[in-house]
Each structure stands twice: as structure tokens, then as C-alpha cells.
Design a protein around this ligand. Sequence first.
Ligand SMILES: Nc1ncnc2c1ncn2[C@@H]1O[C@H](COP(=O)(O)OP(=O)(O)OP(=O)(O)O)[C@@H](O)[C@H]1O
Ligand SMILES: [Mg+2]
Length: 523
Amino acid sequence: MSEEAGKPPVVVVSEETSVTSGTAVQEKLISAARVFSNLLKPTYGPRGLDKMLYKTNGSTAVTNDGAKIVAELMVKHPAAKMMVAMGNTQEEACGDGVTTTMMLCGALLEEANNLLSKGLHPLTLVDGYRTAMAVASEQMDSDAVDVDEERLLGVAETALTGKGTEAAIDIFAPMVRDALTAVEESVDKPGAEHVAMFKIGSGGLRDSHLIRGVAIRRRVLMDSLPNDLVNARTVVIGGDVKIRKMTRTAEIQITSAEQLDGFVEAESERKSELAKALIDSGANLILAGGEIDRDILHDLADAKILAVPELDESELENAAAATGATVLDSVLDIEASDLGLAGSVRWERRQATDQVEDIITIDDCNNPGAVTLAIGGAGETATEEIIRGLHDALRATSIALENGQLLAGGGASHARIAHAVRKASENESGRARLAMDAFARAQETIMATLADNAGKDSLDAVLEMRAAAREDGPAIGIKADGEVGEVPGVWHPRAVIEEGLESSVETAMSMLRIDQVISARGD
Ligand SMILES: Nc1ncnc2c1ncn2[C@@H]1O[C@H](COP(=O)(O)OP(=O)(O)OP(=O)(O)O)[C@@H](O)[C@H]1O
Ligand SMILES: [Mg+2]
């Protein structure tokens, strides 16, 4: 008899802990992934619908943006959490293609599940997926085309499609492209960080426009301040424009009226000195991060200088970048080279209520380092969604500008990948071939969903696409109306598609490698 007999089994975890092993593990993870990707499916593509998100604090958002939905869902399931992490990575890396990535990962796992239940080893699947990914990369090498002016517009349009900008996409897509090309001269890599968003708060979507500079919402302090400046030399000051208060409490005994006069005079002299320094600098526009003294403001108004106080840090930085000015610490050390140039400056009085303030627009800057997309429309929730769409489009378009390679959208590239992987699998003997075929089928979830969301039969669409992908020639994909056909002008940066595919494969593989789930919560 062995020593172990008769002894109670060793318990290393608490009683509530449940341990799942074997294929039940993958089934558990895969069903969570399925729920998650099914949740996003209806939002996918040009005919995708929106989700309304209602948070515990009562705030709502209406969105079609995968990243936003993922960020707002408080998922608990570990498999779903892995997918959330993947979605966040895609959003950070590319700003677009989050829904694609989620759906691909879900499909890869779904396909895996079928093979696992037939007895395939998880690591065989992992190997097959890895080989397939290498074939996919090669196919992308041969399908990628170079970016040009027209296709760049296509990239912006594709990223904006279905994101609430539909009614004015002809305005927004050029705005996105022009915003990035406007900053090209003065920044290394034009990107979304060089483009500010400004909600006009009135009018309609079609009033949206690009400002080659910045827009600021502030009260203009005096009616007599000049308006409609042209080629305004601009000074940007980080802090206050006022005389410094004594830092220590000092008591000054004044014994005569002359002494008091002298004291007041000295103070006003110091103010004049500051005003003089500003006027002498030749500035027409002064932007300050802090307060501007009333007396100094009067002097500036007399000298026909527009001065705007209390800008926040990002406004100051953007204004300095747009005009080419240096943000100064002190008024007294202005040098000619610190001044920037604003092509045009105008301000518009808004009715004085609690919220509405005047809008000051600094526009037409030459080679601006920062520009602004002014978005028309009064609805807050709708404007937020448009900003998300514009942000995706800015990210995608800047990636296209930076690495210059594009792939066709509408499922066209995924269909080509599926075809290439299938072809490559024919040379593969053994079970890895099954995994590669599964990978190819998973790609087809993209076209199936696009067709489905447009109200078309997804199986027919997939079969038609399979046939089309055999031929070289113009990209054939699912058009916005759900029909199979040429999709000219539907472009993604290669990186958006490639990184999305890579991370979906990585995430799926890491789930397939898990052999036990040990849950302390007992579920
Ligand atoms: N005009 C169009 N015609 C056909 N397909 C289009 C068109 N515009 C976009 N698409 C396709 O729609 C899909 C993108 O949909 P969507 O923007 O909803 O998802 P995503 O980009 O993956 O995720 P998200 O934008 O939420 O981060 C891509 O396959 C894209 O090629
Ligand atoms: Mg998108």
C-alpha cells in the first residue's frame, strides 16, 4: 500500500474555486469572445448601426466607434478582457479598424472551436494560424498600392464612413486631408495631435470648416478692441500681463498726500512700462495665459492691439504653433524673433449668457504647426460622435501619409488573403492545413458582415467574393449597398489592416494556449 492512501487529498485552493480543464476551457473562452464580437457586428461598415451607451452616472453616448464601445463596457469575463486589451492596442496604434480586429479574433476562435471539437490539438491550430499569417503578409505585399492625392481622400472617406458624418462626408474628408497637409511643412510627422477640434455650437454640419490656425471661445473684454486684423504679429505670453504684487506683506506708512500720489504714480508707471514693451514689440495680437490688467488693456486698445486673456495651456500652445510664436514667460523680454504671424484674426460677439462666449478665430496662418477643425451643429451627443469619426480619419490618414502603402477596403483585401491562404494550404500536408483553411474562412466574416448589415445574403456574397478573389485586377469588395463589385476609393492604410489582423491572430492564439481556467469566483 502506498503512503498516500488513506490521507485526505491535498487542497491548494479554496472550496469555491472552480477549475476547468481540457477542451471545456477553450469552449468557455470562445463563447465569451463570440458574445463580444457579435455585440459589435451590427455596427460594422457603412450600413452599420449605432449603439447607445448609458452610463451609471446618467451620461449617454451614441456611437458606432468600436474603441468607444469597448472602452465604455465594463467587461468582467477574462476572455472579453483580453479582447478589450486588443481593441485598445488597435485604437492606440491606428485609431481605426477596432471593430474589424474584434470580429476577426471572434471568427478565428469560432473556427478554432469547430476544429478542437473534432479533436485537433490547440498547438496544431496555433502553428497553422502562424503559417497562414505569414502567407497573409506576403499577399499584402503584393496587393498594397502607393498613396496618391486621390487615394488619400479615399482613406479619409473610408474611415469616416458610418460615423455620423455621412451627410457631409464631402466636406469632412477633404477637411481631414487638408488639415494634415497644412501642417506638413512645419512638423515632422503630421498627426491627429496637430489638429484641434472646435465645436461651433450653432448652424449645421455643413458649416464645418478647416481653420488654418485656432479658434478660442472667450469673452472679448472691450468693444473698442480691434477686429478683423490681417497679418497680425502675434505675441503669446504664458502668464499674466500685470504688475507683480508684492510677495511679502509690507506695510507702507504714508504720511502725506504727495506720498500717496507718488505711490500710485509709481504703480501706473510700471503698468505703462509693460504696455509700452508690448506696443513697442510691434504686436497686433496678444494672447495671454493669465490675466491682463485693465489699464494695460486700455493702452493696448488705444494702440489698436487685440488682447485676449486667460487662454488655457493647449490653446496657448496651439496658437503659438499655428502662428510660429514663442510662448514667453515675461512681457519684458520680447524679442522680434518671438513674434508669430496670424494671417487673419476676427472675433464675433455672442450673446452674453452663462455659456456662450465670443469666438475668436485666428486663421490663414502660413505653414501652421497646428490647425483646427471647426464642427457645426448644436447637438452635443451628435457632435461628440463626429469628433470620434474625425479622429479615426485623422489617425488613418496620417498613417497613410507616413508609410505610403494602402490596401483596398470593403473586405477586398481580406478576400485576397483568404484566397492566398487557401492556395498555400494545398501544399501543406497534415493537420496544419485544416487550421489554415479555418484562418481563411475567418477572413470571410468581414465580407459576410458587410453584406449582412446591408441587408444582403451573406453566403452569396462570400461565394461571389471567393470567385472574384482568384483574379488579379481592380479590387472587388462589398460595396456600401451590400452588392459585390469594384470598390474604388475605399482605402485603408496597410498598417490598419495588417496590425489588426496580427493582433487578432495573437490574441486568438494566446487564448488557444490556455489549458486550464482556475476561477476563484467559482464560475
Ligand atoms: N464606402 C464604402 N464601401 C464599402 N465598404 C466600406 C466603405 N467605407 C468603409 N467600408 C468598410 O467598412 C469597414 C469599416 O467599418 P467600421 O468603421 O464600422 O469598423 P472599423 O473601422 O473596423 O472599426 P472602428 O472604425 O469602429 O474603429 C471596413 O471593412 C471598410 O473597408
Ligand atoms: Mg472605421
